[in-house]
Design a protein around this ligand. Structure first.
Ligand SMILES: C[S@@+](CC[C@H](N)C(=O)[O-])C[C@H]1O[C@@H](n2cnc3c(N)ncnc32)[C@H](O)[C@@H]1O
Length: 417
């Protein structure tokens, strides 16, 4: 079956934390009033039917989407003739070798796909087209391979998705510019591995979840080395405020922004950076002047916390139990750290309430330390916020973590009421 011309189907190939990547796509499409219908979602891919979109813009805007594919056919099985038709839609560039490969998502018979690839090479040879069949160890080609092998401009990354009911077939039309992210992450002059740095892609996803208009004001009151500010600038935000309790963080952020100005000719004139304890933020920021707060706060002294293997012998505060205001009788470094952090965060939220406009949002990370969450959601609500659901889980949050991480990041969106 060939899809109708007015509604197109796109597959968004999702990054490391698919639920977050999906939430980001929804936020951007809804904010841009782009109608869409979700057709399929799993741990790797989100398939949407929507009007033809400006794909390069969408790819550049999204932090969590690795590739976007335009889907052309739906079929009950993978047939060589369909793949030949797909490839014909991507004609080889003049005097260039045609490079093609496959990216399979869901249960796809890779042997069968490989055989089709080899047959295709023969078919192309008969048509006097020089070609190269690009293969990788994985069942899908990465954004790195897609860019390096020039599969978008001089070939095709054929995408095959098994939804369990049928196959979607198409080809990649855009891929994340991995080099730019890596340069922004590792190339900038000031990095602070001690207090931890937010990966630029995550900063971008969080900014997008805030759904701020480009003329609105974004604040990061724990700006560290300035990742949120940098990503907000690159997305097109102009009015940005960054503050931090540490003088070094303030100077690191300024240095990194200067680097951005020189390296990427980025206009940074609308950014204000200053030193300020979050507990007295309203002394420096006008009441009700901020539209969206996007922040990764202080996540605790990671090294002072034992690993979960040591920690399993230590008592864990039962879920829902109040944060202690006096010293606990049994000393547990993990619970002590979480109690201290909870107090800091609640003071921060009280300040957020003052500086945010009505209906302003706070997109914030709370740490999960050795599986122990920070239980302040009800207290945050008492301060005058509602939690906007990012997921169906009881805490309405999404966890962003790499395997084995001792301190995981739990992402929330709160709205001031
Ligand atoms: C996890 S880092 C933020 C990292 C930042 N997102 C980045 O990518 O560079 C936390 C920051 O919170 C700052 N901080 C700690 N306590 C603070 C407080 N009471 N008020 C404001 N900033 C504070 C620290 O100085 C540190 O720079």
């Amino acid at each position: 079956m060939i899809f109708s011309q007015n509604k197109v189907k796109y597959a968004f190939i999702l990054g490391q934390v698919p639920a977050l990547a999906r939430a980001e796509i929804m936020a951007i499409l809804e904010h841009a009033s782009l109608d869409f219908e979700e057709l399929f979602y799993n741990e790797q891919v989100l398939v949407l039917a929507m009007r033809k979109a400006e794909i390069d813009w969408l790819q550049a805007r999204l932090g969590g989407t690795i590739k976007i594919a335009s889907l052309k056919f739906q079929a009950s099985s993978i047939k060589q003739e369909i793949i030949e038709k797909l490839i014909q839609q991507q004609p080889p560039a003049k005097n260039k070798r045609f490079q093609f490969g496959f990216s399979a998502y869901g249960r796809v018979n890779m042997k069968e796909l490989k055989q089709i690839g080899l047959n295709l090479k023969r078919v192309l040879r008969l048509k006097k087209v020089r070609s190269r069949f690009v293969v990788s160890k994985e069942s899908a080609l990465s954004s790195v391979i897609v860019h390096k092998e020039k599969l978008i401009d001089q070939g095709a990354d054929v995408v095959v998705i098994n939804s369990g009911k049928e196959y979607y077939l198409g080809y990649t039309v855009s891929a994340q510019k991995f080099q730019e992210y890596s340069e922004r992450d590792y190339g900038r002059p000031q990095r602070d591995d001690q207090s931890g740095m937010l990966p630029p892609k995550l900063a971008k996803m969080m900014i997008n979840l805030g759904r701020a208009g480009f003329d609105q004001t974004i604040l990061d009151p724990f700006c560290g080395s300035g990742t949120v500010i940098q990503e907000a600038l690159l997305l097109g935000y102009k009015k940005i405020i960054g503050s931090d309790i540490a003088a070094k963080a303030v100077s690191d952020t300024i240095n990194n922004l200067e680097w951005l100005k020189v390296k990427l000719q980025q206009d940074i004139a609308g950014v204000k950076i200053f030193q300020q304890d979050v507990k007295s933020l309203s002394a420096k920021i006008q009441p009700q002047s901020v539209d969206v707060i996007v922040t990764e706060p202080y996540l605790g002294p990671a090294r002072a916390i034992p690993s979960s293997q040591d920690a399993k012998y230590l008592p864990v505060r039962p879920a829902g139990q109040k944060i202690s205001t006096s010293k606990s009788q049994v000393s547990n470094p993990e619970i002590d750290v979480i109690d201290e952090l909870s107090k800091l965060y609640l003071k921060a939220f009280a300040q957020f309430h003052q500086v945010l406009k009505k209906e302003g949002k706070a997109v914030i990370i709370l740490p999960i330390i050795n599986n122990q969450t920070v239980d302040i959601i009800n207290d945050v609500k008492c301060l005058g916020f509602v939690s906007l659901p990012l997921s169906d889980c009881p805490r309405k949050s999404i966890v962003y973590a790499r395997p084995g991480q001792r301190v995981r990041r739990e992402i929330f969106v709160f709205k001031k009421i």
